[in-house]
Design a protein around this ligand. Structure first.
Ligand SMILES: *[C@@H]1O[C@H](CO)[C@@H](O)[C@H](O)[C@H]1NC(C)=O
Ligand SMILES: *[C@@H]1O[C@H](CO)[C@@H](O)[C@H](O)[C@H]1NC(C)=O
Ligand SMILES: *[C@@H]1O[C@H](CO)[C@@H](O)[C@H](O)[C@H]1NC(C)=O
Ligand SMILES: *[C@@H]1O[C@H](CO)[C@@H](O)[C@H](O)[C@H]1NC(C)=O
Ligand SMILES: *[C@@H]1O[C@H](CO)[C@@H](O)[C@H](O)[C@H]1NC(C)=O
Ligand SMILES: *[C@@H]1O[C@H](CO)[C@@H](O)[C@H](O)[C@H]1NC(C)=O
Ligand SMILES: *[C@@H]1O[C@H](CO)[C@@H](O)[C@H](O)[C@H]1NC(C)=O
Length: 475
């Protein structure tokens, strides 16, 4: 390969990429996920930072993948609700009488917040807050006429960001030109009370609307079809569950193992991924095996988690049908003096089973969805607990989330230069390769710096510019 051909290929590669990026050049919106003050509550609450109404009443919402509409608690929700620990759990409340921009909407029956028996529906301004630097004020992206459900009574947490397959939020954001596609990427972190709270080792989460946060996931991105049944849209096959405590008695024990647990059938089962509840819910037999292996008993936990009677300092690895496997670390398998586990007690005999990979699963798993793809898809990857940079990238229709760094490497590979260097072609050609590599790195570095500048300008103007990737210090 001649050097001229090589450099031309590199340039061509860059041009093609620029064209592809043009198609989907709107940068995603990054929303940080942590604990903060919310409207109408004395307690700091964990979630993604949104506000509703004019002036804004701030909320801390977590996504639900089976609800399409975003919902909040009314100011009198806790007076009526049977939700346990209600004052600490609403994620904020909302008084539409205090908003100058609220307008009533007719109650709609389709997938409007089924978590509540009693709702009021309307539309109002939604404020999407991005808070990159702890010391800076948050930037506000307001968008008017966003449909909102206000829950006045109910038994489950009312503050929910509706990110289901027909998400009204994503729809409104795309039609306003705020994001490139109906997509999101989410890592919940562990800063919420049921996980590690604000205790040692907790990490905050990351929500990206119209894209994904490349810094918060690693390894292969695994892709799955969105199921047509909206209530179970994100369903995966669970092929194995392995408990392992290298320092204890339970070593590499599969809950599917019929020699260890007589009568167990080795059938994989379908489970839905849920942001609405914490623990895993497994088929009865597997739950019974878990209880037997770890001496687990029912607890008083409101989410139905089992409590361990003996210390367990091990992990639980969940293996999906396609081989994607994620381990729940020991500190989430046995929490607090009660030794709460991450697995729910089985339902009563007459109750229907519902197999769930809940927030416990999402403390270790990055989830992304691209509802604009045909057919719509969702994606899972190993989450990165602590990432030094926020690196949101857009997720275009029919694309699988990609790492920015890997992109860089493949650019390099496409030119054949890696082969040349590895093949021992030293001297001029290798130097040229290095030069190109450094050049590419420098160009990207410049783009990133430019992006940071733009980001600052944008914060001042509250307007978007046509760039598509950037890195900023994470708070
Ligand atoms: C841009 O999008 C259109 C429609 O989705 C598609 O046909 C076209 O191939 C895309 N162009 C690039 C460069 O990806
Ligand atoms: C998480 O966010 C909170 C702000 O609510 C901050 O005080 C805390 O230090 C953050 N934790 C980590 C590990 O960054
Ligand atoms: C609120 O819901 C609970 C059940 O969740 C019910 O017992 C109660 O009567 C309801 N309150 C009102 C005012 O409807
Ligand atoms: C809002 O105002 C109406 C009438 O002005 C009143 O009936 C209603 O209770 C108020 N709602 C709240 C949540 O305060
Ligand atoms: C809501 O949050 C924004 C952004 O941090 C802040 O400017 C505003 O004062 C907050 N509203 C209230 C009522 O605290
Ligand atoms: C559950 O609560 C009841 C009554 O508050 C108490 O007697 C019981 O010991 C608790 N069980 C556990 C496992 O904590
Ligand atoms: C738990 O296991 C880890 C590693 O497997 C070990 O470093 C730690 O000392 C153990 N803790 C206890 C309390 O046994």
């Amino acid at each position: 390969m001649s050097p001229t051909l090589a450099s031309r290929t590199v340039l061509l590669g860059l041009l093609i990429r620029a064209a592809a990026a043009l198609n989907c050049s709107i940068p995603p919106i990054y929303v940080d996920v942590h604990t903060r003050a919310v409207h109408g509550s004395d307690f700091f609450q964990y979630g993604a930072f949104f506000g509703f109404g004019s002036p804004s009443q701030n909320q801390s919402l977590l996504p639900s993948f089976r609800h399409d509409e975003t919902s909040v608690a009314s100011t009198d929700f806790c007076a009526e609700s049977t939700l346990q620990n209600c004052d600490h759990s609403t994620r904020g409340d909302f008084d539409f009488n205090q908003s100058l921009t609220w307008r009533d909407l007719p109650a709609k029956s389709a997938n409007v917040n089924p978590i509540s028996q009693d709702i009021i529906r309307g539309q109002d301004t939604i404020h999407i807050y991005t808070h990159f630097f702890e010391t800076d004020p948050a930037t506000d992206k307001p968008l008017s006429d966003m449909p909102i459900t206000v829950a006045t009574n109910g038994s489950t947490i009312p503050g929910v960001l509706g990110l289901g397959p027909a998400s009204t939020l994503l729809e409104v954001l795309v039609s306003a030109g705020f994001i490139a596609s109906k997509s999101f990427g989410f890592y919940v972190g562990t800063g919420f009370p049921r996980a590690l709270g604000n205790g040692p080792g907790h990490v905050n989460g990351s929500l990206t609307l119209g894209g994904h946060d490349t810094g918060r996931w690693t390894g292969d991105m695994h892709t799955y079809d969105i199921a047509p049944d909206a209530a179970n849209a994100m369903t995966v096959e669970v092929a194995d569950i392995i408990l392992d405590d290298p320092t204890g008695l339970v070593r590499s024990t599969s809950l599917f193992d019929s020699s260890r647990f007589p009568g167990t059938k080795k059938d994989a089962f379908e489970a839905r991924i849920s942001g609405d509840t914490f623990p895993f819910s497994f088929p009865r037999q597997l739950t019974a095996n878990f209880m037997q292996a770890l001496a687990a008993k029912r607890s008083n936990s409101s989410d139905g988690s089992l409590a361990l009677e003996k210390p367990f300092n091990g992990t639980m690895t969940v293996v999906l049908g396609d081989g994607f496997s994620v381990s729940i670390p020991a500190d989430l398998m046995s929490i607090g003096a009660e030794q709460l586990s991450a697995v729910a007690a089985p339902p009563a005999d007459d109750e229907e089973e519902d197999f769930i990979l809940g927030l416990a699963y999402l403390t270790q798993t990055y989830i992304a969805a691209s509802y604009s793809s045909t057919p719509p898809k969702f994606h899972l990857a190993q989450a990165v607990q602590t990432a030094p940079f926020i690196q949101p990238a857009p997720l275009c229709a029919n694309e699988v989330p990609e790492q920015l760094k890997e992109e860089k490497a493949s650019e390099f590979q496409k030119t054949g230069m890696i082969g040349a260097v590895i093949g021992g072609v030293l001297g001029g050609l290798a130097m040229l390769a290095l030069g190109l590599w450094a050049g590419l790195w420098w160009m990207r570095r410049k783009a990133i710096m430019k992006m940071e500048m733009r980001q600052m300008e944008r914060e001042m103007e509250k307007r978007k510019l046509g760039e598509f990737e950037f890195g900023v210090d994470r708070v």
